[in-house]
Unconditional design. Structure first.
Length: 165
């Protein structure tokens, strides 16, 4: 018997990368795992990027997701340094997924918000409430890195379900 599809959502960050796994079931999406991959700020940029890649590799090898969903990064005009650092983390994440043969799907922040709430301008709290409802959680998902990763995973869950119809 084939296992139900498993989707990994990733919220990239150089200091903290959130990840979340959602599995398909007849009852709807099921939370499998969520967590944070941390890099140490006292290390060099190269070492920090390596820590993120190594942490993601462990997650990918343990859970073997069918696909990885990640939010597209848009240039942050007000803080280009943050955008550049995020790009380093994102590059490590993409390379690791491709290296292990995991398909990568990109979603814009607006797509994620629209799929989960019906509005591309939803607030963080609206997104968290949608995740809480979809996964039957007792509390709002925390921290934000993990909540954002669940949002991207659920976006792919529902977008992929529609594509299968």
């Amino acid at each position: 018997m084939q296992r139900p599809e498993l989707y990994l959502g990733v919220d990239p960050g150089l200091q903290r990368t959130g990840y979340a796994l959602v599995q398909r079931s007849v009852q709807g999406p099921v939370l499998r795992e969520g967590g944070i991959i941390r890099s140490r700020s006292d290390r060099s940029l190269a070492e920090r990027v390596h820590e993120i890649a190594a942490g993601l590799r462990e997650v990918l090898q343990e859970f073997r997701p069918d696909a990885m969903a990640i939010e597209q990064v848009f240039s942050l005009v007000r803080n280009p340094k943050s955008a550049l650092l995020m790009a380093h983390a994102r590059g490590a994440i993409l390379m690791t997924a491709v290296d292990l043969g995991v398909p990568v799907i990109h979603y814009t922040p607006t797509q994620v918000k629209r799929v989960l709430t019906g509005s591309g301008r939803a607030s963080k709290e609206q997104i968290q409430r949608a995740i809480q409802a979809e996964l039957g959680l007792d509390q709002l998902p925390e921290p934000h890195d993990v909540a954002d990763a669940f949002a991207v995973a659920l976006c792919h869950y529902y977008t992929h379900a529609l594509a299968r119809l």
